[in-house]
Design a protein around this ligand. Structure first.
Ligand code: EPU
Length: 345
């Protein structure tokens, strides 16, 4: 294990924020996890788990031990007539894993192609796109439980997956995810009812084409982080009750909304932001993307303060117009490596 001092995290967060970490270590194995945690305890440092860096907001300096997850490997655990169960290292690149499953004729994850980040982060916010959530195909998650000081498997029903949520969000300092166990299907059961996916598929109803169409649609509206540093959707789609929707619809009859369980409805944050005039608008070097108002972009050397100035302004304008508070999707860290609540509107 090689602990490094004063390491820049600029290349390791997709928003490209200039961040200096006092202590940094690459994690390649379960033993590295144990050793790194012991080091942090001995040095009295908090631990910040860094995965693909595509869903985090980091301050200029971090006084903590940054554990950069790089555990590799895909292992076949079991197989039957209809499915294969695979254990996948937390450090595998998500998109590459999805492409690989398709070449192996294993189905389920094709709708989730091109989502940035690593496999180990997928269960944390239960990544989702085009009508599928990762949790539907996760059988269990292998973690190091810092409270019980042991490795263990958490079964999918105990992960409490819901929209962009899981137990890993409720209890962010307890678990280090080392692998994810997926159960994938040998026969495709295509989910193509989301948005314009069905039309895009035309006559080719194969999982390969589904994956290609998802990639094409994403590339047409979402900025490439290499060109326009971003963290994907910056805000969650708000979930409101029917009474509030009714009230909003009287003034804004076109508001896009999708029914949820328990009489709730999800409304489109991108649309709300667009309506306030923020699509393609910037405050200094941070703005909302011109083709998708839900994505915040760092156009040049922004710091966390710049990012916050812009998203607070967006929250403020959306709140004033619609009386809806947008909740940021990425996780905000303080200078001691701890997760912070987002403030403001
Ligand atoms: N809209 C606008 N203006 C905009 C953007 C969107 O009017 O600038 C409208 C659209 O016309 C549409 C609605 O808002 O009626 C929803 O837009 P879209 O389908 O583009 O985005 P979304 O459904 O809100 C979610 C996820 C994405 C995921 C897509 C596809 C969230 C917060 N975002 O976006 O996830 O790829 O669905 O399933 O749930 C991510 O989390 O990083 C992410 C990209």
């Amino acid at each position: 294990m090689n602990i490094q001092k004063n390491v820049s995290l600029k290349a390791f967060n997709t928003l490209n924020l200039d961040v200096l970490a006092s202590n940094y270590v690459q994690i390649h194995s379960q033993q590295d996890v144990v050793d790194a945690l012991a080091y942090a305890q001995a040095e009295n440092l908090n631990v910040l788990i860094l995965s693909g860096g595509s869903n985090m907001l980091l301050p200029k300096t971090i006084q903590a031990l940054v554990m950069h997850m790089n555990i590799q490997g895909i292992e076949l655990l079991s197989e039957n007539e209809t499915s294969q169960t695979l254990k996948v290292g937390a450090g595998q690149i998500w998109h590459d894993f999805v492409l690989w499953t398709t070449t192996q004729k294993l189905y389920g994850l094709q709708n989730l192609a091109l989502i940035p980040g690593l496999v180990g982060a997928a269960p944390v916010q239960n990544i989702g796109a085009y009508g599928v959530e990762a949790g539907e195909f996760i059988e269990s998650v292998e973690v190091y439980d810092r409270q019980q000081q042991q490795f263990k498997l958490i079964a999918t029903e105990d992960c409490h997956f819901s929209y962009r949520h899981s137990i890993f969000k409720d209890d962010p300092n307890r678990y280090v995810i080392v692998a994810v166990i997926f159960k994938l299907l040998k026969q495709a059961d295509l989910k193509i009812n989301y948005g314009d996916l069905k039309t895009a598929m035309q006559d080719d109803l194969s999982a390969e084409n589904l994956q290609n169409q998802v990639i094409r649609i994403r590339q047409s509206k979402l900025p490439d982080p290499k060109e326009f540093p971003n963290v994907g959707s910056f805000f969650k789609n708000p979930i409101i009750d029917q009474a509030k929707l009714l009230k909003l619809s009287m003034e804004f009859p076109n508001i896009p909304h999708y029914p949820q369980a328990n009489e709730q409805v999800k409304i489109a944050a991108g649309w709300l932001i667009d309506q306030t005039g923020w699509k393609g608008k910037r405050l200094q070097q941070v703005g909302m993307f011109e083709k998708q108002a839900l994505v915040l972009v760092n156009y040049a050397d922004a710091t966390l303060d710049d990012v916050q100035a812009t998203y607070h302004a967006v929250q403020h304008d959306v709140y004033n117009k619609f009386n809806v508070l947008l909740e940021p999707e990425p996780v905000l860290f303080n200078t001691f490596g701890l997760i912070q609540p987002h403030l403001g509107k």
